[in-house]
Design a protein around this ligand. Structure first.
Ligand SMILES: [Zn+2]
Length: 322
């Protein structure tokens, strides 16, 4: 039986302590040189005292009973599920903006960044079909059109709704795609080197690969060094984590196969905030000790094909696809 921490760090009742934030690029602790946004269900937002990530689509299901956010948070668009299930966005960009305004009002304080309604470029998103047990409708478009739609959404939102911290997102499949997209933003009058945060899209499923590390290096070489990694796991953190400004991850939900000793809920901890917070500390430890191999909990990599998926029903930010 794996050992477990005696308390869950980061709960807002002050009963425990978590690795503090905000980040500082020169901080002696490597885990504090980036901001880690912990993916959580909206219902946990009033209780969690560390930076969090929630998706617009999950918040929409709260209806008029939006939670109050305790900590800084990042709004993910839920684009992956949207494109997977519908083969395109079912709301116009203006509707998305109106939705975000309403959510921010209900959550109580503004987010640090809001993902635009972007268009991922994985082949299964574009062409559709079965991928890792999920059916994808397919957009039947191509990478340049996905990029143009993404750029157009950002330009519109940034010009028309200046009070929201919209995060532009780079999309592509191969390295040259990402560089092309930087130029496309520039032609639209957007200097990404000046953006507070730039999302790096379509990398979640390949994040343990040298190709993604090369993409991160090339984008940084183009002068874009405030990058946000969507759905990054420990494999990605080891490869290029120090080169990112921030990351988010919901991978704990799929990785939780056990129940922490002190938990009283039935079943495994795949919907358990105590587990999520313990997992956050584990991920941050990976930044401190990049060659650590022994894991204190059941924090197995959910991308491991030898590990069966644990079904969970909470709509999650982007690493739900891994
Ligand atoms: Zn639990």
């Amino acid at each position: 039986m794996p050992t477990a921490p005696t308390k869950a760090a980061g709960l807002a009742d002050g009963s425990s302590s978590a690795t503090p934030w905000p980040r500082r690029s020169e901080h002696p602790d490597p885990a504090r040189r980036m901001t880690f946004y912990l993916g959580i269900p909206p219902s946990a937002m009033p209780r969690v005292d560390v930076p969090t990530c929630v998706s617009v689509s999950a918040l929409l299901r709260c209806g008029d009973r939006l939670p109050r956010a305790k900590a800084p948070y990042l709004l993910d668009s839920g684009a992956y599920t949207m494109l997977r299930d519908h083969g395109g966005w079912t709301m116009f960009v203006e509707e998305y903006a109106a939705t975000v305004y309403r959510l921010i009002d209900g959550l109580g304080h503004p987010p640090t960044a809001v993902a635009i309604p972007d268009w991922m470029c994985e082949p299964w998103i574009i062409h559709g079909g079965l991928h890792r047990g999920h059916h994808y409708v397919g957009t039947d478009l191509d990478v340049p059109i996905h990029q143009a739609l993404t750029t157009g959404a950002y330009v519109h939102l940034n010009n028309e709704h200046t009070g929201v911290p919209w995060m532009p997102i780079l999309q592509g499949h191969r390295l040259h795609d990402y560089l092309d997209h930087i130029h496309q933003y520039a032609r639209a009058g957007v200097d990404l080197t000046r953006a507070p945060l730039v999302g790096l899209g379509s990398v979640c499923a390949r994040q343990g690969t040298a190709e993604i590390a090369a993409i991160v290096a090339a984008v940084r070489a183009a002068g874009i060094d405030r990058l946000h990694g969507f759905g990054v796991k420990t494999t990605g953190l080891h490869l290029y984590g120090p080169h990112l400004r921030s990351v988010d991850s919901y991978a704990w939900s799929k990785g939780a196969r056990l129940r922490l000793p002190d938990c009283t809920h039935p079943g495994p901890c795949n919907n358990c905030i105590r587990y999520a917070l313990a997992w956050r500390e584990h991920v941050l430890d990976a930044l401190r000790h990049p060659h650590q191999t022994s894991l204190p909990l059941d924090f197995r990599n959910p991308t491991n094909p030898n590990v069966a998926d644990t079904k969970h029903t909470t709509d999650t930010p982007r690493d739900r696809k891994a």
